[in-house]
Design a protein. Structure first.
Length: 165
């Protein structure tokens, strides 16, 4: 929320700190920063491939000049001040824990207080990435990608190297 209006921004630098904490890194010039600092909340909305145009648009224009929320159905969770996008299959509502003030960027660290998911992308209570079809961003070629085939099983594929000398 910035100036009492929902605002959305496309962020390339999102990290997982531990099972319930996340971080966002963004330039200090972004309009969104003031809202996160003022309200002490933010959301992470994971768009699907069908939202690629809207996602790119939210990274191209400033909420200071354009009402980007008009593109989406906005909803609020338990905190009441972190707008989320109904069309996104996964939404995380976060409470700001710490702001790291760097020269040109702010890093916002938040605790995930609630996660909202479309029921049709869940398998046994967990998100199926193939069903959610997330957009992946590559800085190398400045392109959006999606998930392809399963490459290998984690915590398994490297086992064959354990006994090699």
């Amino acid at each position: 929320m910035v100036n009492e209006k929902p605002n959305y921004i496309t962020i390339a630098h999102v990290g997982i700190m531990d099972p319930s904490s996340v971080s966002l890194g963004m330039s200090k010039v972004h309009y969104t920063n003031a809202g996160i600092k003022e309200k002490g909340t933010f959301s992470i909305n994971m768009p699907s491939v069908r939202m690629v145009k809207e996602t790119d648009y939210c990274g191209l224009v400033s909420g200071k000049k354009m009402d980007k929320a008009r593109l989406f159905k906005t909803f609020f969770g338990k905190l009441g001040t972190a707008p989320m996008i109904e069309e996104c299959p996964v939404n995380m509502e976060c409470k700001l824990v710490k702001t790291v003030d760097l020269i040109s960027h702010d890093i916002f660290i938040g605790k995930v207080v609630a996660t909202y998911c479309d029921q049709d992308i869940l398998i046994e209570g967990a998100v199926d990435l193939r069903k959610s079809q997330p957009i992946l961003f590559s800085m190398l070629d400045r392109s959006y990608w999606t998930i392809g085939e399963k490459l290998a099983s984690a915590w398994n594929i490297g086992n064959s190297l354990k006994n090699k000398k």
